[in-house]
Design a protein around this ligand. Structure first.
Ligand code: 5GP
Length: 190
């Protein structure tokens, strides 16, 4: 059986990445499955172990690194580690499904290096930094200070955009969904 592809999607927080992915994953013909990452951050309300993430203690996360269970990991926020489990990719790709990796820009570059032609990468961009700030403010889930932090992180992340195979600007949501859908379809049919 043909092994599945890895589809790496990165975007600054507030770029609409989750909305886009959740819409595309509904198309069963693409055989997409989320790669569930491991993290040592605590679950947020409504999140469940094995659904949103595999929630590990810091000790467990360190053991996973030691035992080479992760294909990549990054300290995305201070003290907060996130990583892609080798077993998770095997589980998804081994039976011909395609794995969607929603990971940060450094993790994305790392996976691209390791997987070459078996992976494709998509960077989703907000139309501008100002638009991003407005989106984060209107979401209303964070304090101004946290929003400022996310905006400056976004500026850093945007500097990685040209390392990705595809860049999609999320200005009009429907258009962005269609573009990402077309990229994924082309990649898995290759
Ligand atoms: P959150 O804590 O909001 O769920 O995720 C924070 C960030 O961690 C997001 O930017 C997400 O892309 C990144 N992330 C999630 N899983 C992984 C992973 O397995 N590896 C890396 N490198 N980043 C990840």
């Amino acid at each position: 059986m043909k092994r599945g592809h890895l589809i790496i999607v990165s975007a600054p927080s507030g770029s609409g990445k989750s909305t886009i992915i959740n819409e595309i994953i509904k198309d069963e013909s693409l055989r997409l499955q989320f790669s569930i990452s491991a993290t040592n951050r605590p679950p947020r309300r409504g999140e469940a172990d094995g659904v949103n993430y595999y929630f590990l203690s810091t000790e467990q996360f360190k053991a996973a690194i030691e035992n080479d269970e992760l294909i990549e990991y990054e300290e995305v926020y201070p003290g907060r580690y996130y990583g892609t489990l080798r077993k998770e990719i095997e589980r998804i790709c081994g039976n011909g499904n395609n794995a969607i990796l929603d990971i940060d820009v450094k993790g994305a570059v790392n996976v691209m290096k390791q997987f070459g032609a078996d992976a494709t990468s998509i960077f989703i961009k907000p139309p501008s930094i100002d638009a991003l700030r407005h989106r984060l403010l209107s979401r209303g889930t964070e304090e101004v200070e946290a929003i400022n932090q996310r905006v400056s992180k976004a500026e850093y992340e945007l500097s990685f955009a040209d390392r990705f195979a595809h860049v999609v600007v999320n200005d009009v949501l429907r258009t962005a969904i269609d573009e990402v859908h077309a990229i994924i379809k082309e990649c898995i049919e290759k």
